[in-house]
Design a protein around this ligand. Structure first.
Ligand SMILES: Nc1nc2c(ncn2[C@@H]2O[C@H](COP(=O)(O)OP(=O)(O)O)[C@@H](O)[C@H]2O)c(=O)[nH]1
Ligand SMILES: [Mg+2]
Length: 221
């Protein structure tokens, strides 16, 4: 009985997933791709060659109830400097993170991963624009499989000290290529665990508030 109540409680938890990463890597395009939208569709997140995301913006997940995707501004733009980024985008509000990266692994990618880990939250690492990498390497005679292997190994090597997290290679231009569907399946599979964890975190902060209240009361006596 208690278990069923717990599960029902978990169902009602809202999970806030933050899509983060450097400016211009393709975060907004990623949110659109997950929602099955083209960048030009109505209600799509604005994308482009300049920073178009000026504040965290919420988009409902297309199939999972109580799941919100938050399209975050990019780290490392003149407006969102690395040093103040976490505070600026209110990192504590999110339960789960997707770090989006493109082309080469950057210092900011590892900085974000470390900060998320420090806050005891989980994340996936998504290497997007893989279509461009594959095309560029093919011009030099490198086959697709070899390029994918190289990118995957590089991401895992850089993240090794942090777990490493699940790594997915994707392109937002075509959800049928590379690991896109695998990633969607993983998000759906990990969702109950993430919701359960979010619930624990919410309860923890509630209990610590109550504990602090009593501590304050007793210290006056
Ligand atoms: N080829 C290719 N271009 C992409 C992909 N994702 C994003 N882009 C392009 O990269 C640019 C920046 O994308 P945007 O989503 O605005 O990046 P953000 O600043 O991280 O939100 C846009 O011109 C997109 O069309 C992708 O998977 N493949
Ligand atoms: Mg954006």
């Amino acid at each position: 009985m208690a278990d069923q109540r717990d599960e029902e409680q978990v169902d009602h938890v809202t999970l806030n997933i933050a899509v983060t990463g450097e400016s211009g890597v393709g975060k907004s395009s990623f949110v659109n791709a997950i929602r099955g939208l083209q960048d030009t569709d109505e209600g799509a997140a604005p994308t482009g060659v300049t920073e178009t995301t000026m504040e965290p913006t919420m988009y409902p997940h297309p199939t999972m109830p109580n799941v919100n995707l938050w399209d975050l501004p990019g780290v490392g733009s003149p407006t969102f400097k690395a040093e103040t980024y976490m505070k600026d985008v209110k990192y504590h509000n999110y339960d789960f993170f997707i770090i989006v990266s493109a082309s080469r692994f950057k210092e900011n990618d590892i900085m974000l991963a470390k900060e998320i880990k420090k806050k005891k939250k989980n994340f996936y690492f998504v290497h997007t624009k893989t279509d461009t990498d594959v095309t560029q390497e093919e011009r030099k005679g490198v086959r697709e499989e070899a390029t994918l292997q190289k990118i995957r190994t590089n991401c895992l090597d850089n993240l090794r000290t942090l777990g490493p997290p699940p790594v997915f290679l994707i392109t937002s231009e075509n959800p049928e290529r590379f690991d896109f569907l695998e990633m969607v399946k993983n998000i759906e599979r990990d969702l109950p665990d993430n919701k359960r964890y979010a619930l624990v975190m919410q309860n923890t902060s509630f209990f610590s508030k109550v504990a602090n209240f009593f501590r304050a009361m007793f210290s006056r006596i």
